[in-house]
Design a protein around this ligand. Structure first.
Ligand code: NAD
Length: 324
């Protein structure tokens, strides 16, 4: 076996182990920035040496799986991941790929990348009937009862719609600090970050534990277009009208220069927000263009997550440690 092939196998093995600890146990072994670096290295090697790429590589699959104890929900539309950008250059490459398919006249919607747990909600005749985690993207955990404890999540919409909505369940920063202080007093292990605390809190078989954690929620994807939305911007506004909580910091951008300004602004106000964000998500606005761009095995081609840089992420982790 060549050195390259052996190294790729080693990377795959490590990343799968990190995935399991992060997505299944909610106890990451390493910092996200380090994980992202290793995944990026494997992605590049797979591009360079496609003959050594395996179908079950962490670059090709959504990282989670369903844990025992919960019912299973099969997602009618798969819940995918997002491809990542770490620089303006990566975003310009994304724009080139997009324009090759849909032409030059493209608008984007930028949103904060909320650092929580991807959640799917089903409403029937406007009534919340089921909620699930992403799981492996095809099958998730049924966490309906836990989600009912989230105050901001409407049990009933303002109109009797049959819709599937995706969004992020998260733990506000003040709540994360309060929880960890309580845990320190009772000598329980501290949560590594609000994201892991949120994931651990939602996947509790005892819903009274979830209720005591005061989670929150932002909706960002309308899977079934029961309304008239033909763009992401309209979908966000439609969901808001139905009573779903939408993060207010979304913005339509008509050029990459505007996207870069939005990212700059997000980085500047990040520390003042009452919840954690780990980047910005950039989505092609038009649903028609989204459909033409389609999906890879793991993520949509019409969206990308710009992740804040390592230095910023690391300083954020230190801030939280200091404030506990
Ligand atoms: P991701 O976190 O890079 O991006 C996809 C997720 O972004 C979606 O599933 C959704 O939950 C979320 N999101 C937040 N706001 C959104 C918005 N406005 N619009 C759309 N989506 C939004 O990908 P992932 O597959 O969930 O997780 C992979 C990432 O998790 C890695 O890049 C790494 O940072 C982290 N991870 C860390 C470890 C570790 O050991 N530290 C292990 C595995 C994964």
């Amino acid at each position: 076996m060549t050195d390259i092939r052996r190294h790729m196998e080693d990377l795959r093995k490590k990343l799968k182990e990190y995935d399991y600890h992060y997505h299944v146990l909610d106890q990451p072994l390493i910092e996200d920035v380090l994980y992202d670096r290793l995944l990026h290295e494997l992605t590049q090697l797979e591009e360079q040496y496609p003959e050594y790429r395996l179908e079950d590589s962490p670059t090709q699959r959504v990282g989670g799986e369903v844990i025992e104890g919960f019912g299973k929900v099969v997602h009618q539309t798969p819940m995918m991941s997002l491809s990542n950008a770490f620089s303006e250059g990566d975003l310009l490459d994304f724009e080139t790929r997009v324009k090759q398919v849909v032409g030059d006249n493209v608008s984007y919607v930028c949103e904060f990348k909320i650092d929580g747990l991807a959640t799917s909600l089903e409403y029937e005749q406007g009534v919340f009937i089921r909620g699930a985690t992403r799981g492996d993207g095809v099958t998730g955990e049924d966490i309906t009862l836990n989600l009912r404890t989230i105050e901001v999540l409407p049990q009933r919409l303002t109109e009797p719609k049959n819709i599937v909505v995706r969004g992020e369940s998260y733990l506000p920063r003040a709540e994360f600090i309060r929880l960890n202080k309580e845990r320190a007093l009772t000598s329980e292990p501290l949560f590594a970050n609000p994201r892991n605390a949120a994931a651990g809190s939602l996947r509790q078989l005892d819903t009274t534990v979830t209720a005591a954690r005061r989670l929150a929620f932002f909706a960002y994807t309308l899977v079934t277009t029961a309304g008239n939305a033909s763009t992401q911007l309209e979908a966000l506004e439609q969901m808001k009208m139905w009573g779903l909580p939408i993060n207010p910091h979304y913005q339509r951008c008509t050029s990459m220069a505007e996207v870069f300004e939005y990212i700059q602004h997000a980085q500047e106000i990040r520390e003042t927000l009452p919840y954690d964000i780990d980047g910005v998500v950039i989505k092609v606005d038009s649903f028609d263009m989204q459909q033409r761009l389609g999906f890879t095995a793991k993520s949509p081609r019409f969206a990308i997550a710009y992740k804040f840089t390592a230095q910023q992420a690391e300083s954020r982790v230190k801030d939280i440690e200091l404030s506990v």
